[in-house]
Design a protein around this ligand. Structure first.
Ligand SMILES: [Mg+2]
Length: 190
């Protein structure tokens, strides 16, 4: 293990609250769709917890201009990333933008610059397939991550309601000391 391991951090639903923004937009703009919510968040695909006839509308929300620009920051994310840097890790945001929506990359980079500083945006990694990317740990909310390569990083889950049943190391910005312990433990076995 190198003395300064690389921590890759996913953007959506790890530092950018896409799930909360979906719910806010549906509440505000589509109350009829919102009424069909199951009341639970059981799937990585948000539309799965709504009536099936609304799936296309829900998926289309993230294709609207400004969707990625307007995402709230997940509580504790700034403090968590700072804590990782203070612990000596090299931190890189690694995100897979929606390829069909061309402003998505620009909105994501501008969001990172606005919320986390230009240095974080400039160092961010845009990768549809994260298995190509090096690093000791990838913190990501997606339950299973696969791709062309066998990843060199260990996948650490960012805790979300839809990944509760996945048995992997798990962190949350809600408990930063525990998050740091989990990362150190995973890297010790790397
Ligand atoms: Mg994500």
């Amino acid at each position: 293990m190198s003395s300064n391991p690389i921590i890759l951090i996913d953007q959506d639903n790890v530092i950018a609250d896409q799930l909360g923004h979906f719910h806010a937009l549906l509440t505000r703009d589509h109350p009829d769709v919102w009424e069909t919510w199951s009341g639970k968040t059981t799937s990585y695909e948000i539309e799965a917890d709504f009536a099936p006839e609304h799936a296309e509308l829900i998926k289309g929300l993230r294709l609207q201009e400004g969707f990625f620009r307007d995402l709230p920051v997940i509580a504790g994310a700034k403090e968590g990333i700072q804590a990782l840097k203070d612990a000596g890790y090299k931190v890189y945001v690694c995100t897979a933008p929606i390829w069909q929506f061309h402003p998505c990359v620009a909105e994501k980079l501008n969001w990172l610059a606005r919320e986390f500083g230009h240095d974080t945006a400039a160092k961010s990694i845009i990768a549809r397939d994260k298995t190509f990317i090096g690093g000791g740990v990838l913190i990501d909310d997606k339950p299973a991550i696969s791709g062309e390569c066998t990843p060199v990083w260990t996948h650490v889950l960012y805790d979300q309601p839809y990944n509760k049943d996945t048995n992997k190391p798990r962190v949350s910005w809600n408990d930063i000391p525990k998050m740091l312990d989990t990362i150190a433990h995973v890297l010790a076995q790397w």
